[in-house]
Design a binder for this molecule. Structure first.
Ligand SMILES: Cc1cc2nc3c(=O)[nH]c(=O)nc-3n(C[C@H](O)[C@H](O)[C@H](O)COP(=O)(O)OP(=O)(O)OC[C@H]3O[C@@H](n4cnc5c(N)ncnc54)[C@H](O)[C@@H]3O)c2cc1C
Length: 416
């Protein structure tokens, strides 16, 4: 579809997170001549979400220090910011949005960047001292509740739960992690990485329990503990529930857009309505690279897909099929992961998994001599090389991967 952008046109972006902020600013760079309105229900200027479970929770950074862009940047790009306002309804035939203030807003093009929201424990009572971590305000609340010597129980051993555990135990709290699956990070990481983090946390004094099927919050007014179905009770002054997120699709659903596990978009980030695009955690997109549809929860996906959506709203024809990558910081380790563990045949390890805080290690996932994915712990240089090898499907020299005497320059097979 060819698009002529004129000064009278309006593009509204709903959701002022990583994707929404990037999309709004990129629209102008792509040549959008009309109004750009960025609406977000959080009252803060758009900020980096990853530090919430890291430097912000640790008290090392304030919200002002993690803004994605200064306010002046939006003004300079001609992006009108509407913060602290929620879009409550979408009328596709009239091309209007209704805001929580009651105001109605017309759009010519719309971008949905509504992200995700945390899953709740089923049937859990509303108790003080129980937290989830998605927003800057959540992080501030958890920090205020986390005093030295307090007992924190974290329900869920995914990346966010583990990052919170690392910060809280480092701050002198007694920390227990309860994970339902048989290993930590089961949904997102290989057994090698799960075992590494279980050991890392145990060595730092975190009590990690897996295969904890079903938990019940205890307390009257304020939480006092968490009871397993076996009857075991873990006393708690605070509980953080980190059991995953769900895509925020309510506007898309109610207005009849195609929605499955996320807002369905094509490879151009376009929804089932040609005037509506979507980007970030809320989308389900086709990946030619993996031959399947993906809903990713990462900054990489939010930013790369947002840029593609902005270009296509401006009439370009840009495909989205970027290599997924992710990172997590826990104690003194930085894990950087590239690619998805969807179709590898075997893996090899470079370095010493037990001595990772020193020299680090990497795990390479392979199909034949093609690298499919890599997890690099404290090995930034290997991560950068692997991103290229995976993305370009370059054949690798498996012997060189595991031989620490070989450098990253030897990773590619010489006959490439
Ligand atoms: C604590 C934490 C740590 C993380 N750490 C990492 C990490 O280390 N590495 C990594 O790659 N990723 C990490 N992530 C994931 C990463 O932050 C997300 O993938 C990314 O924020 C997705 O961006 P997004 O713009 O799609 O969604 P979001 O950042 O969730 O933004 C969506 C925004 O839309 C707003 N919104 C929703 N509906 C409406 C509406 N109807 N009206 C107005 N506004 C609306 C929401 O309030 C929200 O502000 C972390 C996430 C969390 C919570």
């Amino acid at each position: 579809m060819s698009v002529v952008t004129s000064q009278s046109q309006v593009c509204v972006v709903v959701g002022a997170g990583h994707a929404g902020s990037a999309l709004a600013v990129q629209l102008r760079k792509e040549g959008w001549a009309g109004r750009i309105v960025l609406i977000g229900e959080e009252s803060h200027l758009p900020y980096h979400r990853p530090p919430l479970s890291k430097a912000v929770l640790a008290g090392e950074k304030t919200i002002d220090a993690i803004l994605l862009r200064p306010q002046t940047h939006y003004a300079a790009s001609g992006v009108e910011l509407r913060l602290g306002e929620r879009v409550v309804a979408l009328n596709r035939s009239a091309r209007t949005l209704q805001l929580s203030t009651g105001e109605e807003l017309h759009y010519d093009f719309l971008a949905l960047c509504t992200g995700t929201f945390p899953r709740h424990l089923p049937d859990a009572p509303a108790l003080e001292g129980v937290f989830q971590l998605r927003t800057a305000d959540d992080a501030v609340r958890i920090r205020a509740a986390a005093g030295v010597g307090r007992r924190a129980v974290i329900v869920g051993g995914g990346y966010i739960g583990l990052e919170v555990a690392a910060v809280l135990v480092s701050q002198g709290l007694q920390v227990t992690v309860l994970e339902a699956a048989s290993r930590l990070l089961r949904r997102v990481a290989s057994p090698v990485i799960s075992a590494f983090f279980a050991d890392l946390h145990a060595r730092h004094g975190v009590k990690v329990l897996t295969s904890v099927a079903g938990v019940e919050l205890l307390g009257d007014g304020h939480v006092t503990g968490v009871r397993e179905t076996t009857g075991t009770v873990h006393a708690a002054d605070l509980v953080i529930v980190g059991i995953g997120v769900l895509p925020e699709t309510v506007l898309a659903n109610k207005s009849g857009l195609e929605v499955e596990n996320g807002i369905v978009v094509d490879e151009y980030a376009r929804t089932s309505d040609p005037f509506i695009y979507a980007a970030g955690d809320c989308t389900l997109h086709p990946s030619a690279r993996y031959g399947t549809r993906l809903r990713l929860e990462s900054v990489q996906n939010a930013l790369d897909q947002a840029r593609v959506a902005a270009a296509n709203i401006c009439g370009k024809n840009v495909l989205y099929d970027a290599l997924p990558w992710f990172w997590s910081d826990q104690f003194d380790t930085k894990l950087q992961s590239a690619g998805l563990l969807l179709d590898h045949e075997h893996h090899v390890v470079r370095g010493d998994v037990r001595n990772a805080e020193g020299k680090g290690f990497s795990v390479f996932y392979l199909r034949g001599d093609i690298m499919i994915a890599a997890d690099c712990v404290n090995r930034a240089k290997e991560f950068i090389t692997c991103k290229r090898l995976i993305s370009e499907r370059i054949r690798v020299n498996v012997a060189a991967l595991v031989d620490e005497h070989c450098s990253v320059d030897d990773f590619a097979a010489s006959e490439n």
